[in-house]
Design a protein around this ligand. Sequence first.
Ligand code: ZN
Ligand code: ZN
Length: 425
Amino acid sequence: MPVMDPLTCIRKLISAGPVCDHCLGTRLAGLGHGLTARQRGEMARALVGAGAGPGETCWVCGGAFQRVPDWAAQAAQLAAPYEHRTFLFGVRPSPRLEATQEFLDRRFPAPQAEPVRRELNRELGRHYERLVGRQVTVDFQHPHLRFTLDLETGRIELQVASAYFYGRYRKLVRGIPQTHWPCRACRGRGCERCQFTGKQYPTSVEELILPAFLEACAGEGGHLHGAGREDVDARMLGRGRPFVLEVKAPRRRTVDLAEIARRINATAQGRVEVRELRPAPPELVEQVKSLRARKLYRAKVRFSQEVEEGELARAAAGLVGEIAQRTPIRVSHRRADLVRQRRVFQAKTRYLSPSEAELEILCDGGLYVKELISGDEGRTDPSLAGLLGVPAQVVELDVLEVLDDLPPPDQGTSVPGGQNHEPEL
Ligand SMILES: [Zn+2]
Ligand SMILES: [Zn+2]
């Protein structure tokens, strides 16, 4: 059937059965600047001389628009425990509405038509805004709260978006993994070896940082997303490693980050320190996780045979440049076996004794420094051990700096909550 002119469409629609102004308006979306669908419906009805709206239930929406105030109230009740500045409604159509919509598009085709569901979304949003007041606005991208109206059951479902915070951590002691590691013996079920904790290490950076956030936000769990990770036995010094902390289902989003930092730093007792905390957008999780920043390392190295200072300096100089590194044996069980090209930009040495030295290495992210020293049975080339012709091992490793270009703390959303929301529409 060819597209009808709008008024013919309206006239036919009205004569097909009782239809509400909202549903009428959806056939004319885009017509009449600044009008709501309902106002458009009303006007169209007047233009075709059809009098007032129907007293009976609309055959298109089945009376859904009359239930909007109730649904908005239900949503407000569900949302009450959760601090939020943004929200979004969605509608899961019932088979009935889907069939009706299809019939409508087939029998009353109009060039400006939009789905009834879209008008229902908008109406729910409008009523919700009016009901809740307090500067809540619709956000199509990352709403704090997402309501779904299931038209079949007439129920509203609520999804609470996580809250995200950027920060950097320093790890000042060795022997702490970044995140909780299941016990190797029992794989986390709990056994004598792990004293029934299910954990390989008693704590982790995540376990030292997360609780203060969970408490402040009254959230239901969370996760630390790190920009890479240092070895368990390596310290993380300097400005620290960037991370994004995610709190799930937070009841509070405006939190005192300075206070959270104080609490974490006090509880961790010199093991871990956080700094530069600030609210973060959700996208920062992926950005931080895929960060490939250069790193500055300090490695204490032990030789199995005596090495002279001059030999050491020459060998270290030979490390600068391209390194071909096949996946190290120690991580080969969880990383694909392939050869990576990484760069060493600088290798400074401090000769301590014929059997010990300290190296400061500036290199690409993703270079395994322990293997750069040991050679990993020839899998890393060149290596310090290879260049010296003497077996060499890292006995202590520190990350001195993660050299990323994430925005410094005085930029971006440095306000601890509350002020980084969208302006009112
Ligand atoms: Zn209707
Ligand atoms: Zn165990």
